[in-house]
Design a protein around this ligand. Structure first.
Ligand code: BES
Ligand code: ZN
Ligand code: ZN
Length: 507
C-alpha cells in the first residue's frame, strides 16, 4: 500500500472513500465528522439516530455521499468510548476499515486525520497509528499461489488528509512504514515452509537486510562453530543434511562505541522433535520454530532504518531438528560453548540447546543486556494460550521495560518466576544439567535452563513466543497466520532505551 500525507480540505478532496471517525455515545463529535455531517445535510446524524451506527470500536459503516462533498463514499469508523481510547485502538480501527474496503474491491481511500483539542492523541502519534494499523492489518501472503491470482484483492493507496503542514507527520508515517516492513519481513519468513526457509535461506535474507541497511554481517559455518566449541548448537544440527549456520548482525552508528544490546532469536527452521519425534498431527506447524530468528532479523532491519543511536547485535542460531542415523540421541551428553555439560533427555528440547551456545557467545560483546526470543515450550502455550508471550529474566528493571514496550506496541507479555528452587528439576545424574525438567512448570524450566548460560552479571530477558508467533484467528492487526510478534516490541524497547542500573539484577 502506498501512503501519503496531504494538506487539504475534506470538502473538495477527490476520493472514492473518505474515512472519518466517531466515539461511541459521543456527545462531542470529532470536527471532521461534524463537517461531513453538515456538508451532507445531516446524513451522519441520521444514521446514528436510526441506530445503524453507534461508534463501537471496530464498528464501521459505508455510506454513499448524497452531495455536498467531492468524495463518493464515507466510511464512518467507530473508535469505542472516548475514555477507553488508545493509539492501539486507533490502529485496529484503521486496519479493520481498510480490510473492509479491500474486501469490497475498493482499493484507495482518503483518511481524514482526527486532529485538534477534542482528540486525545498528538498529531504525530495519530498519523503513525493510522499508517501502522493500515499496513499491518492488510498483510497477506500470496507468494506461493499460482492459480486464480486475479482473485487476490489488494488495497493500494491511502492518503492521510491533514489541515497542517504535512512535514512532521510524513516523517512519522515513514517510521510506521519502516516498522511495518520489519513486521512483514518476519511474517514472510515464518510463513515460508521449511523446504524454502532453510537455515541457508534465513542467513541469506539476513545478509540482504544487512547489506541494504549497512549492518555488519557474519555467518559462522559448522566448521567454525566446531572450532569455537558450540557443541550444543552442533548436536541439534547433526541429524539434518541442511548445513546449520550461526548468523551474527551488528548495527553500530558511527561514533557509537557503547557496548551493545544483544538480541538472540531461535532459528529452528523445522522442528520434527528429532529422535524424540513429535506426533504427526500438526507437525507442519513446526515450520514456525524460527519465529524468534525472524523477529530479530525484522527488528534489526527496523533499528537500522530508524537509525537508532545504539549499538545492537543480533545472534541467530539456525538449523533444522531432524532424526537420522547421525542425529543426536536421548541420553547423549554434550559439551556446550560455556563448558557446561548437558544430558539430553529429549531431542525435542532443542531450542534451549542452540540458545545456550548463542547466550554464551554473546559474552564476547560484553553486552549491556541480552533479550532472547524463542518458540521454546508447548507449556507456555498451555499456561497463557495464544497471543501472549511468556516473560522471564534476571533483572527487574529490564523486565519492566519489556512489559512497558509490549504495552505500547500492543503485544502481550506475562511474567513467570525463575526461582532457584526450580533448578532441582534440571539436575542430572551424569552431567551438569539436563535439557528437560519434566512436565511441571515447563515454560519456567525452559527459561531457567537458558539462565545457566547467560554471561555473569548481564541483565537478560527471555520471551517464550510459542503461543504468540502464530495467530489461529484473524485479529484486526494480525491476519490469521504468522504474527511477526517481537518486532514491534523490540523496536519500542530500543527506541525508549536508557542504560540499565546495576541494582536491578537478581542474584
Ligand atoms: N518448538 C517446540 C515448542 C513449541 C511447541 C512451540 C508448541 C510452539 C508450539 C520446542 O522445541 C519443544 O518441542 N519443546 C518441548 C520441550 C519439552 C521436551 C521439555 C515441548 O514443549 O514439548
Ligand atoms: Zn522441539
Ligand atoms: Zn523447537
Amino acid at each position: 500500500m502506498e501512503l501519503k500525507v496531504t494538506k487539504g480540505d475534506l470538502h473538495t478532496v477527490d476520493a472514492k472513500v473518505l474515512i472519518v471517525f466517531h466515539f461511541e455515545g459521543g456527545e462531542t463529535w470529532l470536527r471532521a465528522t461534524e463537517e461531513v455531517n453538515k456538508a451532507t445535510g445531516g446524513m451522519v446524524a441520521r444514521v446514528i439516530a436510526a441506530g445503524d451506527f453507534r461508534g463501537e470500536h471496530l464498528e464501521h459503516i459505508l455510506l454513499y455521499v448524497p452531495g455536498g462533498l467531492a468524495a463518493e463514499r464515507i466510511l464512518l469508523s467507530g473508535l469505542g468510548k472516548q475514555q477507553e481510547f488508545s493509539p492501539h485502538r486507533l490502529r485496529e480501527a484503521v486496519a479493520q476499515a481498510l480490510k473492509t474496503l479491500r474486501e469490497r474491491r475498493l482499493a484507495s481511500a482518503v483518511l481524514v486525520l482526527p486532529e485538534g483539542e477534542e482528540f486525545p492523541c498528538a498529531a504525530g502519534d495519530t498519523a503513525e497509528a493510522c499508517a501502522l494499523g493500515g499496513l499491518l492489518g492488510l498483510y497477506q501472503f500470496t507468494e506461493l499461489r499460482t492459480k486464480e491470482r486475479e482473485k487476490i484483492k489488494e488495497f493500494s493507496s491511502l492518503v492521510l488528509l491533514t489541515r497542517q503542514e504535512p512535514g512532521e507527520l510524513a516523517a512519522r508515517v515513514a517510521q510506521a512504514e519502516a516498522i511495518a516492513r520489519g513486521v512483514d519481513l518476519a511474517r514472510d519468513l515464518v510463513t515460508l515452509p521449511g523446504n524454502v526457509a532453510t537455515p541457508r535461506l534465513l542467513a541469506e535474507r539476513a545478509r540482504e537486510v544487512a547489506l541494504q541497511a549497512g549492518l555488519r554481517y557474519r555467518a559462522i559455518d559448522p566448521g567454525e562453530a566446531k572450532e569455537l566449541g558450540m557443541g550444543a548448537f552442533l548436536a541439534v544440527a547433526r541429524g539434518s543434511d541442511e548445513p546449520a549456520v550461526f548468523v551474527e548482525m551488528e548495527h553500530r552508528p558511527e561514533g557509537q562505541d557503547s557496548t551493545p544490546i544483544v538480541l538472540v532469536g531461535k532459528g529452528i527452521t523445522f522442528d520434527s522433535g528429532g529422535i524424540s519425534i513429535k506426533p504427526a498431527e500438526n507437525m507442519e506447524a513446526m515450520k514456525d520454530d524460527m519465529a524468534g530468528a525472524a523477529a530479530v532479523i525484522g527488528a534489526m532491519q527496523v533499528v537500522a532504518a530508524l537509525r537508532l543511536p545504539l549499538a545492537v547485535v543480533a545472534l541467530i542460531p539456525c538449523t533444522e531438528n531432524l532424526p537420522s542415523g547421525k542425529a543426536y540421541k536421548p541420553g547423549d551428553v554434550i559439551r556446550s560453548l560455556s563448558g557446561q555439560t548437558i544430558e539430553v533427555i529429549s531431542t525435542d528440547a532443542e531450542g534451549r540447546l542452540v540458545l545456550a551456545d548463542a547466550l554464551s557467545y554473546a559474552a564476547r560483546f560484553t553486552p549491556q543486556a541480552i533479550i532472547d526470543l524463542a518458540t521454546l515450550t508447548g507449556a507456555c502455550v498451555v499456561a497463557l494460550g495464544n497471543g501472549v508471550s511468556g516473560l522471564m529474566g534476571n533483572h527487574d528493571d529490564l523486565m519492566a521495560r519489556v512489559q512497558a514496550a509490549a504495552e505500547k506496541s500492543g503485544e502481550k507479555v506475562w511474567p513467570f518466576p525463575l526461582w532457584d528452587t526450580y533448578f532441582e528439576l534440571l539436575k542430572s545424574d551424569v552431567a551438569d544439567l539436563k535439557n528437560v525438567g519434566g512436565r511441571k512448570a515447563g515454560a519456567i524450566t525452559g527459561g531457567l535452563f537458558l539462565k545457566q548460560f547467560v554471561p555473569q552479571g548481564v541483565p537478560w530477558a527471555h520471551l517464550d513466543i510459542a503461543g504468540s508467533a502464530w495467530e489461529e484467528k484473524d485479529r484486526p492487526l494480525v491476519p490469521k497466520g504468522a504474527s511477526g510478534v517481537g518486532v514491534q516490541l523490540l523496536t519500542r524497547l530500543l527506541q525508549d532505551w536508557k542504560p540499565l542500573g546495576a541494582d536491578g539484577l537478581q542474584r
